[in-house]
Design a protein around this ligand. Structure first.
Ligand code: ASP
Ligand code: MG
Length: 438
């Protein structure tokens, strides 16, 4: 069985929902994971924000507007009165539920419940639509099987067992539909897998059922070799290793959420990125296979801060790096890039919430220098150290650009450069020109 995930824009209007319904109704049994309609989760966040600020009027304004929008969709989506009424009643229930939170104290718990409504709406609407079309479709409530443990991490054995029971109850169904993003935590409370988490849901479900393939459907034709919003020409990449995809997803490629990689990689289930606007296009296949001797793609991550700690004490000393890293750990700040020399170390971070405290603590160990507004440029491909010439090619592309840090050899799959954000466009373009022939 395959698991197919459709993102917010793929179900972003009644028209698009019909498109998805047609796409998935091809006679093959499958599990379909849906996001909320695009914009909905943002609106739910906004509603929660007003409620945290004790402004129920502000919240109600957005609630009413959103409800009106959903009611309009009903007329466009369904043809029979029966399904129009059924779906309208469901929508009314959802929005009255949201309204009930405007009257009482508002905490993280209520917020999580509000954030879960978008996926409940989209999955019900699509399921009802398919049922109206006479399709044998079953809605599997994600809140009945998707669960995190006490550390907030997904609980694979719980998910696997519960999902198996649910699937066994409906052996004859042609299609199973479920919600992405939403789950329960270890205490049974409604929770979620973080913004953009529907990809993660699909990957966890794929791993749980031992899927043949996990498909992530969006509205571009797979992962591109560079950022099409920034450089002149880009092409889709047809094949990626999981680790290449993870680097790209983490370092800026918006098409896939980085958390989605791990469950699929461990279960050895290929992930295919496909385009709802062009369903027959090949997209990008991500698997445990490496295409040897190829540089695949470039991605960039903004808002990076570089910190350099220089110390004479580092010379011939041990334990220096541990002390430095412990400071970052104590402020729960993760490090992206790291470069060392005998007399100093540079690291990059993207979370500057505790920057001042970190800098204060670091000053105990050396002279500290900070560079703001930096950008990590990550080149991904078969970059095993035995290969000759690939690093040189990437470096050559950076010939004209001031480079603050270079990181290579951390994995077999990437070389990263830290540059000023003002040089980002130039760097990306030059890498494209040197590495890919368009
Ligand atoms: N609807 C959620 C969000 O907007 C989850 C997702 O779309 O992946 O973050
Ligand atoms: Mg998404």
């Amino acid at each position: 069985m395959k698991v197919l995930k459709f993102g917010g824009t793929s179900v972003g209007s009644p028209e698009r929902m019909k498109g998805v319904a047609q796409l998935i109704n091809d006679g093959d049994k499958k599990i379909v994971v849906l996001s909320a309609m695009s914009g909905t989760t943002n609106s739910l966040v906004e509603i929660s924000d007003y409620l945290y600020k004790k402004n129920p009027e502000g919240a109600n304004e957005i609630i009413n507007k959103l409800e009106r929008k959903y009611k309009q969709h009903v007329n466009e989506l369904y043809t029979t009165d029966e399904y129009k009424q059924k779906t309208l009643a469901f929508i009314k229930d959802i929005f009255n539920g949201i309204r009930s939170f405007t009257k009482d104290i508002f905490t993280l718990f209520e917020e999580k419940v509000i954030l879960s409504q978008g996926e409940l709406l989209s999955t019900n609407m699509v399921t009802n639509y398919l049922q109206e079309q006479g399709v044998n479709v079953v809605l599997l409530p994600a809140l009945d099987f998707m669960r995190t443990d006490k550390n907030g991490e997904p609980d694979p054995s719980y998910i696997k067992n519960k999902l198996a029971v649910l699937l066994e109850k409906h052996p004859d169904a042609d299609l199973y539909i479920t919600q992405g993003f939403i789950c329960r935590n270890a205490y049974g409370e409604v929770d979620n897998l973080q913004r953009g988490g529907s990809d993660y849901s699909a990957s966890l479900i794929g791993a749980a059922v031992g899927a043949l393939e996990i498909q992530i459907w969006t509205d571009i034709d797979g992962m591109h070799d560079n950022d099409p919003r920034i450089v002149d020409k880009t092409s889709p990449v047809r094949q990626l290793h999981f680790e290449e995809a993870a680097e790209l997803a983490y370092f800026g490629a918006k098409i896939l959420h980085p958390t989605c990689i791990q469950p699929a990689k461990y279960a050895n289930i290929p992930v295919r990125l496909l385009n709802t606007m062009e369903p027959t296009a090949p997209g990008t296949l991500i698997s445990n296979d490496t295409e040897s001797g190829k540089i695949k793609a470039v991605a960039a991550k903004d808002n990076i801060t570089a910190i350099q700690i220089k110390s004479g004490r580092m010379l011939l000393a041990y334990g220096f790096l541990r002390k430095v890293f412990e400071i970052f750990e104590s402020y729960q700040t993760s490090i992206d890039m790291i470069c060392t020399s005998e007399v100093g170390v540079s690291v990059s971070i993207d979370n500057t919430k505790h920057l001042n405290e970190i800098l204060n603590d670091l000053k105990k160990y050396g002279t500290v220098h900070v560079d703001h507004d930096m950008c990590i440029i990550c080149v991904v491909g078969d970059l095993r150290w035995e290969n000759v010439g690939f690093e040189a090619k990437a470096l050559d592309a950076m010939r004209e650009i001031p480079v603050r840090m270079i990181s290579f050899g951390g994995s077999d799959y990437n070389i990263s450069f830290l540059v000023s954000k003002d040089d980002k466009k130039r760097a990306l373009q030059s890498l494209s020109d040197h590495l890919f022939n368009h």
